[in-house]
Write a protein that binds this ligand. Structure first.
Ligand code: HEC
Ligand code: HEC
Ligand code: HEC
Length: 112
């Protein structure tokens, strides 16, 4: 009996870090971002995560919490359209380089 418990305990110690890693909060799969008078922006979050791998390609500007962009803009810690420029600049650079790229025209991102 004691031997069995020890084995379970050891397996637990080995698996715990793996479970923690798998449990990283990746947020919403898709989200609607506030886009002012041009209308909201549908943003495929997971698609970018698997495409870009590095979370900080975006999260260098804002933390991984819902509503953080609008909060930082309200507190003047982020300029209006600063995040948008980061999105668009990457799409533009990829387009120029002849690689797969996201939309660059206003209406391709915004709903109005
Ligand atoms: C291409 C840009 C981009 C990349 C790359 C990215 N994110 Fe995000 N993420 C966003 C945006 C935009 C938001 C929304 C912030 C807001 O609501 O103001 C967000 C929000 C989040 C949130 C909180 C919102 C929610 O739905 O729960 C989590 C958690 C998150 N991201 C995790 C990650 C992780 C983990 C990675 C890397 C594996 C990652 N993100 C990569 C753009 C990105
Ligand atoms: C790649 C997608 C994308 C493209 C292309 C794009 N936008 Fe945006 N836009 C966003 C995102 C995301 C936000 C919200 C984050 C921010 O303010 O940086 C935003 C925010 C805005 C806002 C609201 C700012 C505020 O807080 O009031 C306006 C206005 C706007 N964009 C206008 C435009 C115009 C005009 C164009 C074309 C020249 C354009 N956008 C092209 C994604 C895009
Ligand atoms: C570092 C580069 C990079 C950044 C930053 C980035 N994107 Fe993209 N995005 C891409 C690439 C590459 C694609 C094209 C993927 C494909 O066609 O397979 C794409 C595609 C898209 C698409 C089209 C999806 C579809 O189904 O065709 C949208 C919408 C989009 N991005 C919005 C955004 C918004 C909004 C942001 C900022 C919050 C952003 N992107 C930030 C690289 C980026």
């Amino acid at each position: 009996m004691k031997g069995k418990l020890q084995i379970i305990f050891i397996i637990g110690i080995i698996l715990a870090p793996l479970l923690l890693f798998a449990d990283q909060n990746k947020g919403a799969k898709e989200m609607l971002l506030f886009g002012g008078n041009k209308g909201d922006v549908v943003f495929p979050h997971y698609m970018h995560q698997s495409l870009l791998e590095d979370c900080n390609k975006c999260h260098n500007l804002f933390p991984k919490t819902k509503g953080s962009i609008e909060k930082l803009k309200a507190n003047k810690k982020l300029k209006i359209k600063q995040v948008m420029k980061q999105c668009r600049n990457c799409h533009k650079a990829n387009k120029r380089a002849g690689k797969k790229a996201g939309p660059t025209g206003c209406k391709a991102c915004h709903s109005k």
